[in-house]
Design a protein around this ligand. Structure first.
Ligand code: CTP
Ligand code: CA
Length: 236
């Protein structure tokens, strides 16, 4: 894409984006993690910077990605670290985007020393504690005019399809926009088949905007289009 072909509609705006997967330590050498690559969050940051925004990118563990040019990159490990970094960035952000895969649970305790196996003690059981819901917290603490965006990967199940799950999550989280990716859903597991929708709190997600199959930069562009439309609207 030609750089000068992009709109500069985020000029003067500060956006804070989280990306990647958190890692929750069990001991000094082990962790609970997830498969998030961070690619979507990095694409969001890159496109936002190209459209003129000041970008804070809070990155948990990611694949070996080139950091986008011209963004302020903050590296974090755990969900609690990501929460602190996003809280700080959100103080001045016009838009906050939670694209990170945050571990829902962390080990209740982190062993100070490497956990050893032992023949005369029973095998250990990992007790888990719930991590805070960072997106929901950012929604609670948002200032007037600040936009908060969430992501959700949903499969259908016996109760509802991915879109219905997305609408319920939008309501539960209270964010302004929610990107819903339909994953799996009876299709082959390996297929990188991400169709999705963009839901807005304005109408409770009723008018789901379809996100056509495309690259992560295309999805980023569509999300920033929606965000910049919302930023333009100043309530009387
Ligand atoms: N999220 C968050 N903090 C958490 C968990 C999730 O901020 N502890 C954010 C994610 O970054 C994402 C959104 O919430 O933007 C939805 O994440 P998801 O895992 O789909 O939602 P959960 O509320 O954790 O629900 P589920 O039980 O379906 O995992
Ligand atoms: Ca979750």
């Amino acid at each position: 894409a030609r750089r000068d072909a992009l709109p500069r509609d985020l000029e003067g705006r500060h956006v804070a984006i989280s990306a990647g997967g958190t890692r929750e330590p069990l001991d000094p050498v082990r962790f609970l993690g997830n498969r998030s690559s961070g690619r979507q969050g990095f694409a969001l940051a890159r496109v936002a910077a190209q459209r003129g925004a000041t970008v804070t990118l809070v990155a948990a563990h990611t694949a070996d990605l080139d950091p986008p040019a011209g963004v302020d990159l903050v590296r974090v490990g755990t969900a609690l670290e990501l929460r602190e970094a996003m809280r700080e960035a959100a103080k001045t952000a016009d838009v906050v985007v939670m694209a990170a895969a945050v571990a829902d649970f962390r080990p209740a305790t982190t062993a100070e020393h490497k956990i050893k196996k032992s023949d005369d003690r029973p095998d250990p059981v990992v007790e888990l504690t719930r991590n805070p819901d960072i997106l929901a917290e950012l929604v609670v603490h948002r200032f007037p005019g600040q936009l908060v965006v969430g992501f959700a990967a949903e499969t259908g199940d016996a109760e509802a399809g991915p879109l219905e799950h997305g609408r319920a999550k939008l309501a539960r989280k209270g964010c302004d926009l929610l990107v819903v990716n339909a994953v799996g859903d009876g299709q082959a597991f390996e297929v990188e088949h991400n169709s999705g929708w963009l839901l807005s709190a304005e109408d409770g997600g009723a008018s789901a905007t379809e996100l056509p199959l495309g690259g992560k930069a295309e999805l980023a562009a569509l999300l920033w289009d929606a965000v910049s439309k919302k930023l333009e609207y100043v309530p009387p």
